[in-house]
Design a protein around this ligand. Structure first.
Ligand SMILES: C[S@@+](CC[C@H](N)C(=O)[O-])C[C@H]1O[C@@H](n2cnc3c(N)ncnc32)[C@H](O)[C@@H]1O
Length: 152
């Protein structure tokens, strides 16, 4: 299992947690879109909070990356800011006009269906909120989605 993040701090924290959980993960620190990053092909790609931090034009690179690393028959899971809950709902062009991402972009289920139009939607819904003592992460301001890449 591989995990990627741009931030050395994020990778360090994740390494500690993986170690505590006894899970074997190969952590790669770097830009997920960089051609030199040693990524494989996966039957599950899970994006935990990256898409909503990307400027709109990066969706094209995101789709290209996904096409490269997600095997046919595989699944994409993702979490992102839910429109109406968190993130900016400005039209795409405004992020360039204003020169900032306002902390992240909000997505609707329709927007995700449009971005991943060639994938089959399994489920899109608000994340289930978890109580403070839950061993699971769950906050109501995120949208969660699961898509399936059809086999040819
Ligand atoms: C909201 S945080 C989520 C962190 C972690 N995945 C989690 O779920 O707790 C978004 C993360 O995306 C990472 N990120 C943003 N752009 C990236 C890129 N181009 N390549 C790799 N990671 C990126 C940031 O460094 C940041 O840690």
């Amino acid at each position: 299992m591989d995990a990627v993040d741009l931030s050395p701090t994020a990778v360090k924290w994740a390494e500690q947690r993986a170690h505590e959980a006894g899970t074997e993960i190969r952590f790669l620190r770097g830009d997920a879109f960089a051609p030199g990053l040693d990524l494989g092909r996966y039957d599950l790609v899970y994006d935990s909070g990256c898409l909503h931090h990307l400027p709109p034009h990066r969706r094209v690179s995101y789709r290209a990356l996904l096409d490269r690393v997600l095997v046919p028959g595989g699944h994409l899971g993702l979490t992102c800011f839910a429109a109406g809950q968190d993130g900016s709902e400005l039209p795409d062009e405004e992020f360039y006009r204003q020169g900032r991402l306002h902390g992240g972009l909000a997505y609707t289920p329709e927007a995700l269906r449009w971005i991943f139009a060639d994938l089959t939607e399994v489920e899109t819904r608000p994340m289930e909120e978890q109580p403070a003592d839950s061993p699971h992460f769950g906050v109501p301001f995120l949208l969660t989605a699961l898509f399936h890449r059809p086999s040819p």
